[in-house]
Design a protein around this ligand. Structure first.
Ligand SMILES: C[S@@+](CC[C@H](N)C(=O)[O-])C[C@H]1O[C@@H](n2cnc3c(N)ncnc32)[C@H](O)[C@@H]1O
Length: 225
């Protein structure tokens, strides 16, 4: 029998809690992965925010460990709120904020119904989050409701992710999840532009980002007016 929606959501939260407990554990592999993500991966995402926005009030919705936002606060002084379903993710976000001595607000909440009035943030963004939704359009629409500028970053198929998708079939789930969390949906630039436009974004601009030369991502930038 199909589980009820609430049950589905609970299962999803459990999946993410497992993911973040792996990322945050004390093993050498997890630590290296975290360092790599922070020192190399995140820089590419941070650059999109630096290129398209000015310092302001920022919500990272489905933030995970919120490393991009913490670096945004550290580098430019933005006022950050990190929102996620997973407690483990928010604990990592708090630890990163403490490490860089930046103030961030964290909130455990579902990003499909954000607890904020319309247009309360200058920027609402995330990376590696929207590809996990069956239908991202209403989620993007909700982000747009509370934000003036939207930045969405999702992985795209290419040499890097095709390789990961292949090798993760042979890895134990505990390790595989660190590379490809599962339930990803894949889009090309045009498809992602259409999704952002369907959600109501104006003046949508999409571009490819290459992380360490081989991992393709799509960045979508859109505006509420
Ligand atoms: C792959 S992670 C994002 C990683 C993060 N951007 C980073 O680069 O470190 C996706 C995040 O989305 C969160 N998430 C998924 N569905 C959500 C929902 N409905 N509401 C809030 N957060 C959600 C998960 O808990 C997870 O932390």
């Amino acid at each position: 029998m199909e589980p009820k929606i609430e049950e589905k959501e609970r299962q999803k939260t459990e999946t993410w809690e497992k993911f973040w407990s792996f990322e945050g554990d004390e093993s050498l592999f997890s630590k290296l992965l975290y360092e790599f993500r922070e020192k190399i991966w995140v820089k590419h995402f941070l650059q999109v925010a630096l290129d398209y926005t000015a310092k302001g009030k920022v919500l990272e919705a489905g933030s995970g460990s919120a490393l991009s936002s913490v670096h945004l606060a550290h580098q430019r002084g933005d006022e950050i709120t990190a929102l996620d379903l997973a407690t483990g993710a928010l604990e990592l976000a708090k630890a990163a904020a403490k490490k860089y001595n930046v103030p961030i607000q964290t909130i455990k909440h579902d990003m499909t119904a954000l607890p904020y009035p319309d247009q309360s943030f200058d920027l609402v963004w995330n990376s590696g989050t929207l590809e996990h939704f069956e239908n991202p359009v209403p989620v993007v629409r909700e982000m747009l409701r509370v934000g003036k500028t939207l930045i969405t970053i999702i992985p795209a198929k290419g040499i890097g992710f095709n390789f990961f998708l292949f090798v993760t079939q042979f890895l134990p789930q505990k390790i595989a999840v660190a590379f490809v969390e599962g339930n990803e949906h894949w889009y090309n630039l045009e498809q992602w532009k259409t999704i952002m436009e369907k959600a109501g974004c104006k003046r949508v601009h999409v571009k490819k980002i290459k992380v360490i030369g081989i991992f393709d991502y799509i960045a979508g930038i859109g505006y509420s007016s």
